[in-house]
Design a protein around this ligand. Sequence first.
Ligand code: ADP
Length: 227
Amino acid sequence: MSAPLRLRDVVKRYDGGGETVTALDGVDFAVQPGEFAAVVGPSGSGKSTMLHTLGLLDVPTVGTVLVDGRDATTMTDRERTRARREYIGFVFQQFYLIDTLTAVENVTLPTVYHDDPTADERAQALLGRVGLGDRLGHTPDELSGGQKQRVAIARALVNDPDVVLADEPTGNLDRDTGRQVLTEFEQVTDRGVALVAVTHDPLVADYADRTVRIVDGQLTPKEVEMA
Ligand code: ADP
């Protein structure tokens, strides 16, 4: 089975003010189905750029991004958007839930682009799975930080992605709540979904199957090219 998501020799440069910043400097990275990979590194090392590139939100200057074996760098914006919706779910430090919507409505948001009669049912089942079966009609201000992040995890899963990308998923949570969210991630990967979390938080590495470190846009250990 091909890796659901892979970066191959990716370079990302930003030009501005007569200066060029190399945010990613020859990154090879692949995540396998059911694997939980953590990417750790200091501030400014390229973590967000790597996550945005994996999430097809940003196009590399050089190199390829393979989604389910297809090169996303040659796709049109429309194709990339569709691939993102089909294959990738996102979880953010700030949760990004809509305050006026209930938990179920927040979870169904990524389904509104296409007619999807089973979306409500799936959202309810996913919220049940993350332990929020009794909070379906609550709005975010009626939920704790950990509960909000679990709604966000359910939302990331609603389109049945191959990969979930998480940006500092425990950054706004206390340690115990962070552990609960990471346990939830383990259950996500137990179902075969791949998960990549970029983070400062050493706790995340305790739960990950593999941790890579990024410094000055380069990964260590370097990944060996896999067939
Ligand atoms: P991290 O997430 O590890 O803090 P980033 O990926 O945000 O690191 O940034 C890596 C490097 O790229 C930093 O030097 C940062 O200043 C630079 N950078 C990131 N985004 C931009 C941008 N849009 N324009 C210019 N420089 C950027």
